[in-house]
Design a protein around this ligand. Structure first.
Ligand SMILES: *Cc1c(COP(=O)(O)O)cnc(C)c1O
Length: 397
């Protein structure tokens, strides 16, 4: 039987290759950081990690993880409700809800699981989910798993959201769902306006703060902080895999009863292993560090402002951003790949994105800033962009 299936798979793979969509992986042989070693030899500056606060190789996090290995062991070999809950898991959940100003929090193995397990236990066929079209894949999958009626609105388009709210008036409970920051453009969800519409139409809100937590807002509290809505949003999901240390793990935080019901019914929580104690311990340390001071948040914000303004001055077309994501617009798919390759030769590691990851004719290079970057790193990156940009005719000579 496999011979036929193998042929079928080989055909599918060739199709991906022929469409120019085959993804390869570069091998990093150092820790994740601003300066990394790629393919064993090349030293490059990393501008494509979600390491927003530069915590991925932070010595305090590493020490906390090592110490937890000694005190709490390596793995839990259990889900939370059987025998997989340690004091560290409860402390981390408390740290998360304190940070976001929410009532409780529940941990998952990843934010993909948090989003996969949030809709189905809470909403039924009498209810509605109203989702931004650019929401993350895990939200789309999570919504598919629940029976609620689905409505979609154009990215951050409040007129369309209002239309969908009007269309869904009949449904019992309605949940508006949005990413906090949209990963391809770096724009922030207009949560103040979403909140006003939710009030007007008696709907609830869920925000996925994966790209915004640690990044947006003076203290890094995400878009809920940015729009003064701390404690007012019913559901927030997020990841420990980006700004918060970059290892692994996700969470849902918000209203007490919502979290309580998720602990009873959310399938990725009930049927998947607890996060390892060292991850929980490093997570606790992460929140300690970013609550003690704003040094990292401030550095990220100043790095982003510096980079974006210098790139605009150099003549690049930059998407309006309010996050640590800077989309350098090139429009042409092939150009985005050529430019990323030439930048790598200059020691700058960035990724070019094109259809279907972004709309047709909207190819770009996405630069991600980090508190780990020094100004010298930013200058080197801007100089490389300028050199390659001139060579390729992206900007004037
Ligand atoms: C990265 C991301 C996720 C997935 O997070 P993991 O913890 O890596 O599974 C979910 N939602 C959004 C918006 C993201 O950007």
């Amino acid at each position: 039987m496999y011979a036929n299936f193998q042929q079928h798979l080989e055909a599918e793979i060739s199709e991906i290759v022929n469409a120019g969509l085959y993804k390869t992986e570069r091998i990093i042989t150092s820790a994740q950081s601003a300066e990394i070693k790629v393919n064993n030899t090349q030293e490059v500056l990393n501008f494509c990690a979600n390491n927003y606060l530069g915590l991925a190789d932070n010595p305090e996090l590493i020490a906390a993880a090592k110490s937890a290995l000694d005190t709490h062991g390596y793995g839990m070999s259990s889900v939370r409700f059987i025998c997989g809950t340690q004091d560290l898991h409860k402390q981390l959940e408390r740290a998360i809800s304190d940070f976001f100003g929410t009532e409780d929090a529940i941990l998952y193995a990843a934010c993909f699981d948090a989003n996969g397990g949030v809709f189905e236990p809470l909403l039924s066929e009498n209810d509605a989910v109203i989702s931004d079209t650019l929401n993350h894949a895990s939200i789309i999958d999570g919504v598919r798993l629940c029976k609620a009626v689905r409505y979609r609105y154009e990215n951050a388009n409040m007129a369309d959201l209002e239309t969908q709210l009007q269309k869904s008036q009949e449904q019992r409970f309605r949940l508006i769902v949005t990413d906090g920051v949209f990963s391809m453009d770096g724009n922030v969800a207009p949560l103040d306006k979403i909140y006003a519409l939710a009030e007007k139409y008696n709907a609830m809100i869920m925000v996925d703060e994966s790209h915004s937590a640690g990044v947006v807002g003076k203290n890094g509290g995400g878009v809920t902080e940015r729009f003064n809505l701390r404690g007012k949003i019913e559901i927030i999901t997020g990841t420990l895999g980006k700004a918060f240390g970059g290892a692994v793990g996700g969470f849902t935080t918000g209203k007490r009863e919502i979290i309580e019901l998720l602990r009873q019914r959310s399938r990725p929580y009930l049927f998947s292993n607890s996060i390892p104690p060292m991850i929980a311990a490093a997570g606790i340390k992460t929140f300690e560090i970013i609550r003690q001071s704003n040094v990292l948040q401030d550095k990220l914000h100043s790095n982003t402002d510096y980079f974006v303004s210098k790139m605009k001055l150099a003549g690049f077309d930059i998407k309006p951003t309010e996050s640590a994501i800077c989309a350098v617009m090139l429009y042409d798919a092939k150009l985005s790949q050529t430019m990323a390759r030439l930048l790598l030769d200059e020691g700058i590691y960035v990724t070019g994105f094109y259809f279907p990851v972004v709309p047709k004719g909207q190819a770009r290079i996405r630069v991600q800033l980090s508190a780990a970057h020094q100004v010298t790193h930013l200058d080197k990156c801007i100089a490389a962009f300028t050199k390659v940009g001139k060579e390729l005719g992206v900007i004037g000579k």
